[in-house]
Design a protein around this ligand. Structure first.
Ligand SMILES: [Zn+2]
Length: 500
């Protein structure tokens, strides 16, 4: 296919309750052909886009790509800089046939509740109505009307844990090429006022799996071209937060009908999506003490998950474990740059008191004093991900110290991320499988690695910006009604709409 396609992206998941602004330094930045070479190594969605295009004989013109882990809202300067480069690149590229954009879909800035909508609108305004724009998003995207108005197509991850980044990029490229090749495809959008904590569901089991399978079957039968079901990231305190369904088909009415059907189904499982009641930290400790299987009990500290945009700096679990330091083998982690720095200044083998935690989100947890901790090891802080998600990807987490207090091993790093990967502990000399209890600051991503090797996974009630009890979080700008805060009916589901 002889078509000219421009490729770019900005990927970050924001959490309104994380007070730390994500600045330019938080982002990994790729330019030009680096999108192809480094995007492949990093396992980014853009690489699926590149390969998807290559099956049609298209090599994209590559612009800028920014990728950061989840965190607080982004500094508007990041958006301005990205947009400045992107619009200049597109102007320089001349007449285009298509644009592919990798987005997260739940990105806020200190000036906008809809960064992804702003990006798509700015690109649309520049390229005009005839150029096909196709974007990819995370399953946790907040797909707004502005996004759907300005993109021809949006393709979301269909798996949670997100093991389909590459495939999603390919789908976004495929629908773009189909449209550029003359296929008359329409995308319908339906949104519903439902949020759910990310620990509450997965696409590997339960009703969300069944719902996804329904979509896959419709695609396989040829009823629709593609579909995405978005269970929005719930820690977005913005007036347009909602879950949504997008359906792409070669018939507008069919796209609308299927989108409504799938949204009704998502509505019907809204209660299950909220997840099971959580255990207390103490209850999980008691389980670990009683467990004789030889396999660890996993304490899921999802409220402080950096994957969900929390700070990762809560020491609440450490505090609860301290009284058991001589009887329970446990591994726990905390993001605490000053403490890691202090450990480096003291050196391996030194014994000291450490105050851990609450260095970033000062209002969400409190610092904990750990007495007589021995500095077991020090690391410059990188590890290779075990996977399956982002297998082989190198994670840089800054200066890292392992502190030992009795049988308790505390992983202290400047910039913890990918906490749910088995090598997050292994890479620093801690064998998670040799513990009775392992603390993991992640929502669901860790399950693919940990489920097969653990005795039990315990979703636990802990403090943090990704708090699992949504009603306890200080929402100020959310819409009303919004489930689970208010009861909703089928009437609260929007009418299906094709915008283009
Ligand atoms: Zn996600």
């Amino acid at each position: 296919m002889n078509k000219k396609v421009f490729l770019c992206g900005l990927h970050q998941e924001s959490n309104s309750f994380n007070p730390v602004l994500a600045t330019y330094e938080s982002f990994r930045r790729l330019r030009g052909d680096e999108l192809i070479t480094l995007g492949k190594d990093a396992g980014y969605t853009i690489f699926g886009m590149v390969e998807g295009l290559s099956t049609y004989g298209i090599t994209p013109l590559c612009g800028s790509y920014l990728n950061a882990g989840s965190g607080g809202s982004i500094d508007a300067a990041v958006y301005e800089s990205f947009m400045g480069e992107t619009l200049a690149d597109i102007k320089k590229a001349g007449k285009l046939d298509g644009v592919l954009v990798e987005l997260h879909g739940a990105t806020l800035s200190n000036q906008s509740d809809d960064v992804c909508g702003d990006i798509l609108e700015a690109i649309r305004n520049l390229v005009g109505e005839d150029v096909v724009i196709s974007a990819s998003c995370d399953l946790h995207a907040k797909v707004t009307e502005k996004m759907a108005k300005n993109a021809d197509f949006i393709s979301g991850f269909q798996a949670y844990p997100h093991i389909d980044l590459y495939e999603t990029g390919k789908r976004a490229a495929e629908v773009l090429c189909a449209k550029m090749g003359g296929k008359n495809l329409k995308m319908a959008r339906v949104s519903l006022p439902v949020i759910a904590p990310a620990h509450g569901y997965t696409t590997t089991a339960g009703n969300l799996k069944t719902l996804m399978e329904k979509g896959f079957l419709l695609k396989k039968e040829g009823t629709i071209f593609d579909f995405s079901i978005f269970q929005v990231q719930p820690w977005l305190d913005s007036p347009d937060v909602a879950s949504s369904v997008l359906v792409i088909a070669d018939d507008e009415e069919r796209a609308k009908t299927v989108a409504t059907d799938l949204a009704l189904e998502e509505f019907s499982i809204r209660k299950e999506l909220q997840g099971q009641a959580l255990l207390t930290i103490e209850e999980v400790i008691q389980k670990a003490l009683a467990n004789k299987s030889g396999k660890p009990i996993v304490l899921v500290d999802s409220a402080d998950s950096s994957n969900a945009g929390a700070c990762g700096d809560s020491a609440a679990v450490i505090e609860a474990l301290l009284p058991y330091q001589n009887v329970l083998k446990a591994a726990v982690d905390v993001k605490d740059a000053p403490a890691a720095e202090k450990a480096f200044s003291l050196g391996v083998g030194a014994v000291a008191d450490f105050t851990l935690g609450a260095t970033l989100a000062l209002e969400l947890s409190k610092p904990v004093l750990v007495k007589n901790a021995k500095i077991k090891s020090l690391h410059e802080g990188s590890f290779e991900r075990f996977g399956p998600q982002a297998k082989g990807n190198i994670c840089r987490i800054g200066k890292t110290a392992v502190l030992e207090v009795g049988k308790l091993l505390i992983h202290v790093s400047a910039n913890a991320q990918a906490n749910g990967d088995l090598n997050f502990y292994r890479g620093f000399g801690i064998d998670p499988l040799a513990q009775q209890l392992v603390n993991i600051k992640a929502c669901t991503s860790f399950r693919a690695g940990y489920e097969p090797v653990s005795e039990e996974i315990c979703n636990t009630s802990t403090p943090g910006a990704a708090g699992t009890v949504l009603k306890d979080l200080p929402f100020k700008n959310r819409p009303v009604p919004l489930y689970p805060f208010e009861a909703i009916t089928e009437q609260d589901i929007t009418e299906p709409k094709c915008y283009r």
